[in-house]
Structures are given as C-alpha cells and as structure tokens.
Design a protein around this ligand. Structure first.
Ligand code: CP
Length: 304
C-alpha cells in the first residue's frame, strides 16, 4: 500500500530509494521550475493543526511537479466546525483528490484515515505520534550536508513529546548512527523507545549537558520545547528555557558540525548562530521540497 504513516513501516531500501529520487528531482526545486510529471493530479491538503513548512513545502512540491492543490483551509472554515468526523471528511476528500496530506493533533489519526481512503494518505504529523516526511527530509539533509552512514548525532530538547526525534531515531537505526540524547529530566526519551532502539542495534546514550555532547558530534539536532503538548502548563514553564545554542557554546564543536532544527524555533538557537557555517536549519527546510516531490511522485505514479 502507498500510504506514508510511520517511519517504522520503511525498510532501509525504501528510504534509500526515496532519498535517491529526491536527489534526481532537487534541481527542479533549486531552479524553481515546473515539470509535467503530475499534470492532472490533485493533492488534498487537510491540516487540523498549524503549519508553515510542511503544508507549504508539500504545496510547492505538488506545483513544481505540475499538479494542483486542493486545501480544506482552516478547521474553522470547514464543516469540521459543525461536528463532522475525520472519517467522513476523509471519505469525501478521497473522492476529490489523488492523494491526501493530513496533519492532526490525535496520535494514530493518519493510520485511521488511511482505512477510509482509496487514495494514498501521507501523515504530516499526528500529535505526539509520527512525522515521517520530516524524518525523510532530516535524513536527506544529513546525507547532503554531513554523512548518513555512521553519523554521530546529538539530539537536544524535548525527547518525550517530540514526534520528530522519535521518528528520526527509528530511521537512524538503519544507518549505524551513534546517538546522544540531551534533555531536561522531565523530557527524557521514553524508556520503551530507548529499549526498542537498542534492540535494533543503535548505540544510544544520555549526556548530562549540551556542552559535553557538542564536542563529539557531526550533527546537533535541536528541537523546540512544544508548549502545546504539555498537559500541565506549570511543567512547561519549568523546562521552557532549559536549552539555548549560542556562538560561545559552538567554540568547542568540531569545525564540520551541522546544526539542524525542524523549526519553528522559539529560543533554542541564538540568531547569532545563523551566520555561522554550522547553521543548517534553513537549508533543511528547503530540502522539504525535493523530499516531498519524491514522495508525491512515488505515491501518485510519476516515478517508479
Ligand atoms: N517542521 C515542521 O513540521 O514545521 P511546520 O509545523 O511549520 O510544518
């Protein structure tokens, strides 16, 4: 089946094929051209949570491949506001579109939606669950800007609620990655996920501080502390400003260190870091276009 729901569903061969397809399509995105690969196809865009990059890079990808975009718009402007269910919404939109992109606050929403759809459903983030297309663009960024096989990577920030880092760790398991986790005690990665990663042969450890981790790694992946995921606002306030990457901190980093962040950032990365050779997060956001072009071409038959 052609749904894209979780990185756990992907073999290394499938990931490598997507990354190679994105490399072939990247020149179209760089030159801001259009191909006719998906001419006549329609992409249904359903976002029940805010987004800038995921929604706009999918829409850009579809337009660059010659297809059309059909957006539900905001929840308030749709019949969801009258109480329509996700299942009924999917039943309807799948009869209009050739593929559906779905972001939803509820974990498991995309998998459930796939059961009501005859066309591919692509998970654009389901609550604290998965965000597989983010992971694919993260892997693509590591491949293009650093090295993927055997990468030494530190993940810093919210390891508990961060769907992005959970998906990324499962994908990195295929590439012999050495993973260091840095987070406040309250936001440590769930123990079951660490055990699962170890069972898949990943070398994963917890560092006491970012200062300790930064000297060793090729890639530092920073995440936002996500206010919207905390059941208790007081818990959010306790950890909100626990992480900040500054130029001073980077003095002890390897010269080839790349800093990634799925964005949006709040205070985690000092804007003074943006002009250093380490900053990679805006390039990473751009790589969302070739990766999503590859996914759309693969699920809608533009490429094998
Ligand atoms: N990285 C990411 O998912 O960004 P958006 O929430 O803006 O889509």
């Amino acid at each position: 089946d052609l749904h894209i729901l979780s990185m756990k569903d992907f073999s290394k061969e499938m990931i490598d094929h997507i990354l190679e397809t994105a490399e072939k399509l990247e020149p179209i995105a760089v030159r801001k051209e259009r191909s006719g690969m998906l001419a006549g196809k329609v992409l249904g865009v359903l976002f029940f949570e805010p987004s800038t990059r995921t929604r706009m890079s999918f829409e850009t990808a579809m337009i660059r491949l010659g297809g059309e975009v059909l957006s539900m718009g905001s929840v308030d402007a749709s019949s969801i506001s009258k109480g329509e269910t996700l299942a009924d919404t999917i039943r309807v939109v799948q009869s209009y579109a050739d593929a559906i992109i779905l972001r939803h606050p509820k974990e498991g929403a995309a998998r459930m939606a796939s059961e009501f759809s005859q066309v591919p459903v692509i998970n654009a983030g389901d609550g604290a669950g998965h965000h597989p297309t983010q992971t694919l663009l993260d892997l693509y960024t590591i491949k293009r800007e650093s090295k993927l096989e055997g990468v030494k990577i530190a993940l810093a920030g919210d390891m508990k609620y961060g769907r992005t880092v959970h998906s990324l760790c499962y994908a990195l398991a295929h590439y012999g990655a050495d993973i260091t986790l840095v987070s406040p005690d309250e936001l440590r990665m769930p123990y079951e996920i660490i055990k699962d990663l170890e069972a898949r042969g990943v070398n994963v450890r917890q560092a006491d501080s970012i200062d300790e981790a930064i000297t060793e790694v090729d890639v530092l992946y920073v995440t936002r502390i996500q206010k919207e995921r905390f059941p208790d606002p007081a818990e959010y306030l306790r950890v909100a400003s626990s992480l900040q990457i500054t130029p001073e901190l980077l003095e002890n980093a390897k010269s080839h260190l790349k800093i990634m962040h799925p964005l949006p950032r709040v205070n985690e990365i000092d804007p003074l870091v943006d002009s250093t050779s380490h900053a990679c997060y805006f390039k990473q956001a751009f790589y969302g276009v070739p990766i999503r072009m590859a996914l759309l071409a693969l699920v809608m038959g533009g490429m094998e």
